[in-house]
Design a protein around this ligand. Sequence first.
Ligand SMILES: Nc1ncnc2c1ncn2[C@@H]1O[C@H](COP(=O)(O)OP(=O)(O)OP(=O)(O)O)[C@@H](O)[C@H]1O
Ligand SMILES: [Mg+2]
Length: 248
Amino acid sequence: MVSLKFCLPDTTTSDYLRLMIIALVNSKGGVGKSTIAGNLAGWIQKQGRSVILADCDMQKSSSEWLREAAPEIELYRLENSDEILDELPSLRAQADFIICDGPGSQTEVSRALLMWADLAVIPCKASMFEARALDKNTAFVRQAQAIRNGAPNAIAVLSMVGRDYRLTKDMRAAAQALKLDLAETSVSLRQAYADAPGQGTFVWNMGYSAKEATREIEQLFAEIVPDAISDNVVSFDRKKTTAAKANS
Ligand SMILES: Nc1ncnc2c1ncn2[C@@H]1O[C@H](COP(=O)(O)OP(=O)(O)OP(=O)(O)O)[C@@H](O)[C@H]1O
Ligand SMILES: [Mg+2]
């Protein structure tokens, strides 16, 4: 009998990639979920990892953007909580990373996403309204963590940050009060982020005018998904399963 050891890549200096379902959630609308989800999927693919975008928002903004910007990325639409609970786990077998773009309202959909997610990324605008509503808009994250014994890990990301440093500080205080981790890197308010989907591309393909946006978003992704760029982390060599494919 051939030992399993000889069928697997040498992992003495490497680890296998921890397969990851990453959900972009915040029950507040217009905070940057689709912007971060689309860029994150494109960036992961650029690192040579396989990635699926599961668009869980009926607006379909991120899947329509990626269809143009990165046609090689597989797109799924999971539009209600039953589809998410039934089909999301089967996607795990098909890619290194599954990026799920959550809806702005429909808390039930976000709740379902967090039943399977390994990491919840919570974009938050740095505004006084957002700081006051952070508790309410992230309650479903804490509920999921209570049910799942602490999972998923959750990290808030300040999004559309203008020059008002004081509000950024208020957001940091609000997150700290909720014991919610906050990414060191924030996403600034920049025209390039708003323009990229309309141009069917990503900020790193937009040349000099998007240089700062590119630096910032790549720094954020390296911070929150370090496995995607680690040379010591080996992707699984997987065969496609027959998971039910949603319309793409
Ligand atoms: N960092 C940014 N700088 C400038 N514009 C941004 C930035 N992030 C997002 N936007 C713009 O703000 C709007 C809302 O962003 P986005 O669609 O990503 O939010 P969302 O949370 O997915 O919204 P919804 O809850 O409706 O799905 C879009 O027009 C987007 O282009
Ligand atoms: Mg969206």
